[in-house]
Design a protein around this ligand. Structure first.
Ligand SMILES: [Zn+2]
Length: 417
């Protein structure tokens, strides 16, 4: 870099970015300061219209695909070159915050604005995307838009999904697209040159380490299990302890042993028993049946496989005469992001004098579905106390701008100056 030549990071406008985060948070604003902007709702449509207004004011072209992913394109010198893609999602949880998803979209827009402000042209086009329905609260499952774009889910299956009121994705999309005529329909899918997503961490690690930039190594994998323990019901006053087949006590022994199995000095394993049903759930009857769930997560596929493979044996070893049925209900492999993208993020943050650390994402993100398509990565910034999916979700203007500075530099490198 020549001296006195402004680099794009210098053109990131902290105030403009913060102001837009706050303006966007008005769409679906809750009285408690949070945001309720569920996918394809009136609030989501209003946020989309605002994004289109900001984009067209700078001359960027907008388009939308058949699952409702909204794109903003800053042209490159080579119109035939595959675009570099950045973005996140505008939809929120019903009791969500101002930053989850919205930040990645606003940071991407700020990056396009910074390049525009400096008159920097790129070889490849840069496209900003607001993925449709990442949260999945209204129309489960989440990450619908990126899954359809990446080919992991079939469009027709997704269009038929209904919300609690019976409205289909197809009908809600029709209303949404009719309200955004400035964004013409484009073909679903594509092959971007690269994908980089900025997001708040949604966890406490960056804040605890007083670190500004998280270089995301990947998204941890998860396995879910149902464990059914069948004993026999008996009279609490008459059945001797030695002859009982008490499903609750067996389940408790299993969970204690699973806790041992999952013990991890580095505190990387996430192990949760979140559901526990006792039958008949009566004060004076020995429990005859217990159903409990296991959710455990880890970034390393080998660790996931080892721990997952040990679960059934541990449960059987502590069955205390009861019957045990263990079934796996979810198996999501961990994602590892492209090493070169991680290096770029790490190096660029260093160049900009920002503290940074490697971090695995505990939550799922749209980047999961981009990773098989093209070199992909994520930039995390801290959020207050690690709280997310909560109206009190918060972040500082300075940290958000720092993430956007790294983002714009990395996008420029990938798009070629
Ligand atoms: Zn998100």
């Amino acid at each position: 870099m020549l001296r006195n030549v402004k680099r794009p990071a210098d053109a990131i406008d902290e105030q403009r970015l913060w102001r837009r985060q706050m303006e966007l948070a008005r769409f679906g604003a809750r009285p408690d300061g949070g945001v309720n902007r569920q996918a394809l709702s009136a609030e989501d449509i209003a946020a989309r219209r605002q994004l289109i207004a900001w984009a067209t004011a700078r001359g960027f072209a907008c388009s939308v695909d058949s699952i409702g992913n909204l794109f903003v394109r800053r042209a490159g010198r080579n119109p035939d070159a595959a675009p570099v893609l950045t973005g996140s999602h505008l939809d929120s949880q019903p009791a969500g915050g101002k930053f989850d998803g919205a930040y990645g979209v606003m940071a991407g827009l700020e990056a396009l604005e910074a390049l525009e402000d400096l008159g920097i042209s790129t070889e490849r086009p840069i496209e900003l995307v607001a993925w449709c329905n990442e949260e999945g609260g209204r129309f489960p499952p989440g990450a619908m838009g990126s899954a359809a774009y990446g080919g992991a889910q079939k469009l027709d299956d997704l269009l038929a999904i209904r919300d609690w009121e019976g409205v289909t994705v197809e009908a809600a999309l029709r209303t949404t697209l009719a309200a955004t005529p400035e964004a013409p329909l484009r073909t679903l899918g594509g092959k971007p040159a690269a994908y980089v997503e900025a997001h708040i961490e949604q966890g406490p690690l960056l804040e605890a380490a007083r670190t500004t930039i998280g270089v995301v190594t990947g998204i941890q994998g998860a396995q879910w299990y149902h464990v059914e323990v069948i004993g026999s019901e008996a009279h609490a006053g008459t059945a001797p302890l030695k002859t009982r087949r008490d499903a609750l006590k067996a389940a408790m022994a299993m969970i204690a042993a699973l806790e041992q199995l999952m013990a991890d000095e580095t505190d990387t394993v996430r192990f949760t028993v979140g559901r526990f049903d006792v039958t008949p759930n009566s004060t004076n009857t020995v429990p005859g049946r217990v159903l409990f769930t296991i959710d455990f997560r880890h970034p390393d596929a080998a660790v996931l496989a080892r721990l997952g493979g040990a679960i059934e044996g541990v449960c059987r070893a502590h069955a205390r005469g009861c019957e045990v049925h263990v079934s796996k209900t979810l198996d999501m492999s961990p994602i590892r992001f492209d090493a070169a993208i991680q290096q770029r993020i790490d190096f660029t943050a260093g160049e900009l004098g920002l503290s940074r650390m490697a971090i695995a994402s505990g939550a799922f993100h749209d980047a999961k579905y981009m990773n098989p398509l093209c070199p992909s990565g994520m930039i995390f910034v801290p959020c207050e106390k690690g709280i997310s999916h909560n109206p009190v979700e918060n972040a500082t203007a300075g940290d958000l701008a720092a993430g956007a500075r790294v983002l714009v530099e990395v996008l420029l490198q990938l798009a070629g100056q």
